[in-house]
Design a protein around this ligand. Structure first.
Ligand code: HMG
Ligand code: MG
Length: 298
């Protein structure tokens, strides 16, 4: 009924940190990512090569990329918005490049200062160059269910963006519930359409947990055979261009669910807890994950 193995991408060092006002020291980020590398997680999005003015917390992406200890069993990826970002990311070292855009015109414009039409050729070039450099490329599509500015987004608008990214050569698609509004019926409606077009192993679900629906949405996605999810340690995070949105579903909570269901991930829950406590301590505030809070209380 459910997949036997679920592949988790840890996005805490990127999505988790990008909205944090308190700067985390570069050396601490490196130690933290090294802890994550040692947890058994197969992929880590370690930072973002966007304009440092927009996301100052991640302006040390290059140094982080250069100094983290690479575990050969981990795929290290980073977010890249354009050619300049890709050049910097390639220099710093990446196994995978994550390009990103939105299904909603207004969110796309606020997030990357371009219309959807203007974004396609920019990402098209990045995808081509990244593939030429032998990298895997993930295409993030944001606001696949709801947009903070435009409201409900139709599956057709999501499909249009997905089709273009696939045509341009991305290896897979990560579908973002950017503001964490979706309920399982929305996930069903979108997956029904997407699975008519793409194999299930090409689809990754990226749920933010703003309203506590992410675990229910992951269950629904697994009913459709989806076995790849993005999550953030401790539930850290949010999108700077999606007011009020909170972090991704917590890796700790996803692991609690999957371990309970007997689904393998290859990840040691205890190591994820230690890494969550490490960053919680550096940020000086409690992270939202309930499983983490419970473990700390024991
Ligand atoms: P722009 O101002 O339109 O860029 O920004 P531009 O191409 O016109 O260039 C302007 C200046 O920026 C130039 O410098 C460029 O060199 C420089 P100047 O010549 O004026 O000195 N520049 C750069 N510098 C460093 N790194 C770069 C870069 N690119 C240009 N990569 C841009 C366009 C996309 C760069 C900007 O809008 C930006 O950085 N946006 C950041 C958006 C962001 O990080 N959002 C959060 C991540 S997305 C997300 O969280 C959603 C996701 O999690 C999925 C979900 O939850 O739905 C993925
Ligand atoms: Mg996100």
């Amino acid at each position: 009924r459910w997949p036997e193995f679920v592949q988790i991408k840890e996005v805490g060092p990127r999505d988790g940190l990008q909205n944090e006002k308190n700067r985390v020291a570069t050396a601490d980020k490196i130690s933290w990512i090294n802890m994550l590398s040692d947890s058994g997680v197969p992929e880590i999005e370690y930072s973002s090569f966007v304009h440092p003015k927009w996301v100052p917390q991640l302006s040390d992406a290059h140094e982080v990329g250069k100094k983290i200890k690479r575990n050969p069993n981990v795929r290290y990826s980073a977010l890249v918005p354009n050619r300049k970002g890709l050049e910097l990311a390639l220099e710093a070292g990446i196994d995978g490049a994550s390009v990103f855009m939105s299904a909603s015109e207004t969110h796309n414009k606020k997030n990357i200062n371009k219309s959807i039409g203007e974004t396609y050729p920019i990402l098209g070039e990045v995808i081509k160059d990244a593939k030429r450099a032998g990298k895997l490329v993930t295409g993030y599509v944001s606001t696949v269910f709801d947009c903070p500015y435009e409201g409900r987004i139709r599956p057709d608008d999501v499909i249009r963006v997905c089709d273009q990214l696939m045509e341009d050569g991305v290896d897979d698609l990560s579908l973002g519930d950017t503001i964490g509004t979706a309920v399982p019926s929305q996930v069903e409606a979108l997956l029904e359409e997407l699975l008519k077009r793409y194999p299930k192993d090409k689809l990754i679900m990226h749920f933010h947990d703003t309203r506590g629906m992410a675990i229910a949405n992951i269950m629904t996605s697994m009913e459709y055979g989806i076995s790849r999810f993005d999550s953030s340690i401790g539930g850290l995070g949010g999108c700077p261009y999606a007011p009020g949105a909170s972090g991704n579903v917590a890796t700790n909570d996803v692991l609690y669910l999957l371990n309970g269901l007997g689904i393998k991930t290859g990840i040691e829950e205890k190591k994820i807890q230690e890494a969550a406590l490490f960053i919680q301590n550096k940020l000086g505030k409690s992270l939202p994950s309930k499983s983490l809070a419970y473990a700390v209380a024991q």
